[in-house]
Design a protein around this ligand. Sequence first.
Ligand code: HEC
Ligand SMILES: [Cu+2]
Length: 437
Amino acid sequence: MASFSRFCRIFAGAQMFRGLVPVARTAVLLLAVAATAGAQQYPNTSFNYTTEMNEAVTHLWDQLLFWATIVFVIVEIGILYIVFKFKARPNSPDPKHVHGNTALEIAWTAIPAVILAFIAVPTVKTIFMTQAKAPANALQVEVIGHQWWWEFRYPQYGITTATELYLPVGRPVNFKLNTKDVLHSFWIPRLGGKRDLISNRTNYLWMTPRDSMAMKSLNGSCNEYCGSSHANMKFRAFTVTPEQFASWAAHQRGPAVYGAVTPQSVPAATPAAAGAAATTRSGQIGAALADAAAPAPVGFIFPREKLDPSSLPSATPPSSIGFTAGLAGDAERGQKVYSRSSCIGCHKVSGNPMSAGVIGPNLTHFGSRYSLGGSLYENTTENLVRWIKNAPAMKPGSLMPAIGNGEYNPAIKAKVTMGGLSDQQIADVAAYLQALK
Ligand code: HEC
Ligand SMILES: [Cu+2]
């Protein structure tokens, strides 16, 4: 006790704490600002009431914070009381020396034990809730982690896609989590419930996005370090109405509009007519599609203007990847180049029987996605041609090889020669891929 009261005296007399006053004042101010700002400013906050899982966890957190605040206040009052009560005063005698205090020691063991038991009850309840089996009517989504991109399969609909996840509101979604390689961790913070993807094991995670969540673009990411492009392994979840989901799913399960109509659609008429068809298809693919597409053959696609500003990637390609300016891509030609290049060994495009690879993302509806490369780049022609030319230079460690003629391919530690593509061929392939709506 002697040393304790000496400690109190030192503590109370210390001048060093004076310096902390402005720091504390700033901290309180920042906390107040953070508390008043809405979720808009924090697109990745997980303290929401957007799903039942999220609500359970947020509620648990609120509860614990409430009780912890009470404990904090009581402890702080005790400390301040001791500090001022036993403060050193001129001529005060040395305090009484004691050794041990059984009552005090039992109290400071028992009280935390009771507090822990108190915390354990709601915590264990929440753990059981978040580990429960999904309802039978749940939408099944198989999530497959790859270094460094996310594959999503909807077995009930026969859909395989990548990076962009469409979720209907009001229906439970059951994520079946597997990895093709190393550990990853799946998380859409706004919906809550992060969970690991573990090799040779299947984990599940389910939740029901509330109706109020319709038409939101939510960020998702990998949260378990998985190698050089871990930080570039992102994805996006679109919460949509059941009708929008049905429209999206009906279209995504089949081949793309473009993929389905080629090559038969090319009129085998005069060379002049064929040339005209090719020109319509070149460059402005969107316009060509719009012509042909009066009753919206492309299913629902999440509207660009509803994208959260935080969900569009803003990375720009490294300047080391040059590309001939002003080349117009031709989708028709691009399809032919694509179908006899190495691409088909790694990528699948339904409706193109040549392209059945499963190593890379399924490209069947690539043109309807906003981003590429695990959401590292926006899906623009400028980014896409450079990606095809030299993916490893676009994304560290990328398992897609460099394909542009003369580019350095780290996989074979040499420049690309055999099977490499020219800038014109790449522009054509890009036009083909972007036509795959
Ligand atoms: C050895 C296998 C392999 C070959 C060959 C290959 N790719 Fe890829 N590709 C991948 C992998 C793996 C990814 C994912 C890379 C990442 O995001 O980290 C990918 C990603 C892509 C993407 C981005 C897709 C998305 O949704 O993010 C496009 C587009 C693409 N490849 C086109 C092509 C084209 C065109 C060719 C042929 C010229 C080609 N690939 C050849 C493996 C391959
Ligand atoms: Cu990771």
